[in-house]
Structures are given as structure tokens and as C-alpha cells.
Ligand binder design. Structure first.
Ligand code: SF4
Ligand code: SF4
Length: 343
């Protein structure tokens, strides 16, 4: 097609889909309006990105992306969405909403979203579980393939040994390498590997190097950085359009940064939400980074002070069990509050 660039594609396991090595993560579409979403999808097409991943939990993302995809031509994209429901009735309601919002004939990949507890995994596969409904959708031709996403390697270690799922989705980046054996096993089992959090939820500032590092792993099928602007689409797509292994110098530069981060950081996944007093928890950590790492107090402070902030935490503890990375959010917010108090 005119204007469409070359983008390396890889086979998404047993789905047989040939997907671009850079896919579009749909979380940031929530910050956009329909017009920007349209521009993003137009650019994705021009840049050779053909894999779009959204979720029922990403509010307006399905609706905006569905409209945009239909405008440029549904046939150009492989569209994935997800539901966090684990019961038959629960996923039925979610699917009906997703299908209406996306407004496409068939959802190419329907994923169980963030199955991170064994009881949820067992529930979804039970007699009245979500998997049964997904199979019915497949038989009716309303979805093509079934996948699973998780922040728990233990769950996906179990999932890849079954024949239930065509794809897995798991975080992977230079500071979260725990999926390497899992990805190898998935490839052996012909299960597609979709990488979420390719820049550690924003903590890795050298995004291009991080994406190239991830794609050097031949067990990875596609990495899906979140994209909320045309500029981000262009920059991310460039990596897949001109894919090169890292030089030793680039590798050293990347690991110099990541070596200083450890594992104890927020990936901005928002699973901790909602906070009982309305604090945007990951935003607190982002603003703290601007204050302490980049010296941008003049930018960070007005924003910090204009919203419920770390000082407002009542230590109810509701958020911490929801964090898949088991971050000590309360303690961390105290550090943030202290940093802003003394700055
Ligand atoms: S512990 Fe603090 S940050 Fe967490 S939900 Fe409660 S008030 Fe919000
Ligand atoms: S605190 Fe945990 S759950 Fe909340 S956004 Fe950060 S990593 Fe995600």
C-alpha cells in the first residue's frame, strides 16, 4: 500500500498472525480525544504497525481505537483486547461492551487480563468460567484466538504448559528479565509472546535502546509500548523499521541507567487504583522523579499541589494488595511527601 513502510514482522505463535515487532499499546489513548486517536492510527498504518492492543479496562480506548481503525480500514490491523472477568456471566457482559465499542466484525485476539492469582486462573477455566464463554465466541466466529496476560510468571508458567492459550503477555525490559525462560518455553510450545511494559512503565528513559534490547530476544514476538501521540508512533515505529542489534557501546549505556534502578519502582500500571482519597499514585512517583532526578521543581510542584497528593494519604492500605509488584506504596508516598516538603 502507498506510504506504508517496511516493518519487521514475526509470527504470533499458533495464531499464525504476522504481527509488527512494534505494536501499539492502547492505554494512553485514554488521554486522547477521537481526533488524536485517528491521527495515531493513520500514522501507525503509514509506519507499518499492524498490531493494536487495548482492553475493556482502558475506558474510552476501545471506542476511540475502534472508530479510528474503521476509518482507515479494519483489514490493515490485528486487533486485540482483554477482559479482567473470570466468570462466564462476567465476561459475557464485558465482551458485549468491547464488541460494541470496537465496532469491528471479529476481534482477532481476546485475552484474559492480568490473571495474577491462582484462584482466578482456576475460576476462569472452571465449568462456569470465562474460558467456556471465550470458546463459544470462537465457535461463533466473533473472536479468532484466545490469549492470557499476567504480571505473575507463576501463572503463565502453568498456562504455557496447556493448550488453552495462543498467546501470553508479560512485562519484559532490561530491569524486568524474569520472563526469559517463560518466553523460551512459550516459543517451544508455539505460543505467541507479547511484551508489555517495554520501558519499565516509563522508568527507563532510553526507550529506543530498551525496545531494541527486547527485540534482540528471538522468543519475543512483539513489544507494545503505550502510544498517545503521533510523535510516539513515529519514534517507536522507527525501531521496527530499521531494526539493528545494540552495539556494545549502546548496551553499556542502557545498562548503566538500568543498573541504578533496581526493582523497587512503579511501572504506572494503575492496578492500585482507585485510591480511597483520590490520589493518582503513579503520578506522585512521576512528579517525584521530575523533582529529584530532573530538578524540575517549577514544573512538578504546581501539578503536585493542584491534586490530591502524597500528603493526603490516610494509610488505609487499600492500594497495596492491588499492586502486582508488591510495592510499599504507603512508605514510598511518605518519601515523596517529604521530598516535596523539604524542596
Ligand atoms: S493507602 Fe494511601 S494511597 Fe493507598 S489507597 Fe489508602 S489513601 Fe490511597
Ligand atoms: S504502585 Fe504498583 S499498582 Fe500502582 S501503578 Fe505503580 S506498579 Fe502499578
Amino acid at each position: 500500500m502507498w506510504g506504508v513502510k517496511y516493518m519487521e514482522k514475526r509470527r504470533l505463535g499458533k495464531t499464525g498472525f504476522e504481527v509488527s515487532v512494534i505494536g501499539l499499546g492502547g492505554i494512553p489513548i485514554q488521554r486522547c480525544n477521537q481526533e488524536i486517536s485517528d491521527e495515531i492510527i493513520e500514522q501507525a498504518l503509514k509506519s507499518g504497525i499492524n498490531f493494536i492492543d487495548t482492553a475493556r479496562l482502558y475506558s474510552v480506548s476501545e471506542e476511540y481505537l475502534g472508530n479510528s481503525i474503521n476509518k482507515v480500514g479494519r483489514e490493515h490491523f490485528i486487533v486485540a483486547t482483554k477482559s479482567a472477568q473470570v466468570t462466564y456471566e462476567g465476561i459475557k457482559a464485558d465482551f458485549e461492551t468491547s464488541y460494541a465499542k470496537l465496532g469491528i466484525d471479529v476481534i482477532d485476539l481476546y485475552q484474559f487480563h492480568n490473571v495474577s492469582k491462582i484462584e482466578n486462573y482456576e475460576k476462569l477455566l472452571s465449568e462456569d468460567g470465562a474460558y467456556k464463554y471465550a470458546l463459544e465466541l470462537k465457535e461463533k466466529g466473533l473472536i479468532r484466538e484466545i490469549g492470557i496476560t499476567s504480571h505473575s510468571k507463576d501463572i503463565l508458567d502453568i498456562a504455557v504448559e496447556t493448550d488453552y492459550f495462543s498467546t501470553i503477555q508479560f512485562p519484559y525490559n532490561p530491569v524486568e528479565l524474569q520472563g526469559e525462560e517463560l518466553f523460551k518455553r512459550a516459543k517451544e510450545r508455539d505460543i505467541g509472546v507479547i511484551v508489555m511494559k517495554p520501558i519499565g512503565g516509563g522508568v527507563i528513559t532510553q526507550g529506543e535502546l530498551s525496545l531494541r534490547y527486547i527485540l534482540e530476544n528471538e522468543n519475543v514476538t512483539t513489544a507494545i509500548p503505550g502510544m498517545g501521540s503521533v510523535d510516539e508512533v513515529v519514534r517507536n515505529a522507527e525501531i521496527g523499521n530499521d531494526f539493528r542489534d545494540l552495539s556494545e557501546e549502546e548496551r553499556a549505556k542502557l545498562f548503566e541507567e538500568t543498573g541504578s534502578l533496581g526493582n523497587d519502582f512503579c511501572r504506572r500500571c494503575m492496578y492500585c487504583a482507585p485510591c480511597s482519597v483520590g490520589i493518582d499514585i503513579p503520578m506522585m512517583f512521576t512528579l517525584n522523579n521530575y523533582l529529584t532526578k530532573y530538578g524540575l521543581e517549577h514544573w512538578a510542584r504546581p501539578r503536585y499541589e493542584s491534586m490530591p497528593n502524597a500528603n493526603d494519604c490516610i494509610e488505609c492500605g487499600d492500594c497495596e494488595p492491588r499492586c502486582p509488584y508488591e510495592l510499599k506504596i504507603i512508605e514510598k508516598l511518605k518519601v515523596v511527601a517529604n521530598n516535596f516538603d523539604k524542596a
